[in-house]
Design a protein around this ligand. Structure first.
Ligand code: NAD
Length: 248
């Protein structure tokens, strides 16, 4: 991908399946990668790919501000922000005020706070690229998914607004919308719910035209593209990486 060498890329949810895969790809592209996550990096996964790591709860404004300041001070002003951090709260009409607070405060609030404190750094650089992770769940209704899907729809909305606000500063803002991706989180949830992993994988695969779940590296490749100069005329868009899920 063009224009990624030596760029500073900040990835929230950087220890998650998709955030880490994106970190690996951005490092391969020559970026200086910063992973942020609420969990501590006890296995030194950031160091394995030559990335920086700071633990931060992005839903806490002071903590988000502090982490972004640390990025600028220790690494330099960021060029790329990739917001993958999310809470997975799946509730229907029975959702409580606490459920809404939990899911909104990270998926919408945390994403917004990170942009608030990274955008001034991008302005110093004369431009940048923000990639907000939405989902196919940001396009359609799904059974008992109201809390999660509402945030994924909202991320598409705020992305289009920021694209307008930030275009004068040469900052592009897009969403990346994966279909079902075969991740550790998928396997763990099957184990937790005592479901047969192979049967669940077949069920999820059948929802996609390509009859399989995606791979984290396929999402990471799309994130690298959106961050790069190869996507220089793309802003305010949704890049759907879903093996044909939404086309059905
Ligand atoms: N995995 C899929 O099939 C899939 C499909 C569509 C969209 N997505 C989207 O991709 C993104 C990443 O998903 P994933 O599968 O890698 O999930 P994941 O659970 O593996 O990763 C999410 C990461 O976010 C971190 N996080 C949560 N709250 C945080 C907070 N307050 N501050 C900082 N970090 C926090 C978690 O610790 C975790 O490491 C999410 O936005 C999700 O909605 C995933």
């Amino acid at each position: 991908m063009r224009g990624l060498k030596n760029k500073i890329a900040v990835i929230t949810g950087g220890l998650g399946d998709l955030g880490y895969a994106t970190g690996v790809r951005m490092a391969e592209e020559g970026c200086r990668v910063v992973l942020l996550d609420i969990h501590s990096d006890s296995d030194n996964r950031a160091a394995t790919i030559g990335a920086y790591f700071w633990p931060v709860d992005i839903s806490n404004e002071q903590a988000a501000q502090f982490a972004c300041a640390a990025v600028e001070k220790e690494v330099g002003p960021a060029h790329i922000l990739i917001n993958t951090a999310a809470r997975f709260v799946f509730k229907g009409v029975e959702a409580t005020a606490e459920d809404w607070r939990e899911v909104n405060s990270v998926n919408i609030g945390g994403t917004s706070l990170m942009a608030k404190y990274i955008v001034p750094q991008m302005k110093k650089n004369g431009g940048g690229s923000i990639i907000n992770f939405s989902s196919v769940s940001g396009f359609v209704g799904q059974l008992n998914f109201a809390t999660y899907n509402a945030t994924k729809f909202a991320i598409r909305g705020l992305t289009k607004c920021w694209a307008q606000d930030l275009a004068p500063f040469n900052i592009r803002v897009n969403t990346l919308c994966p279909g079902y991706i075969y991740t550790k989180a998928f396997v763990d949830s099957c184990v937790k719910l005592d479901l047969d992993i192979e049967a669940e994988n077949e069920r999820a695969s059948a929802m996609h035209l390509l009859n399989r779940q995606g791979k984290p590296e396929e999402v990471a490749a799309a994130a690298a593209f959106l961050a790069s100069d190869d996507a220089s005329f793309i802003t305010g868009s949704d890049l759907v990486v879903d093996g044909g899920y939404l086309a059905k």
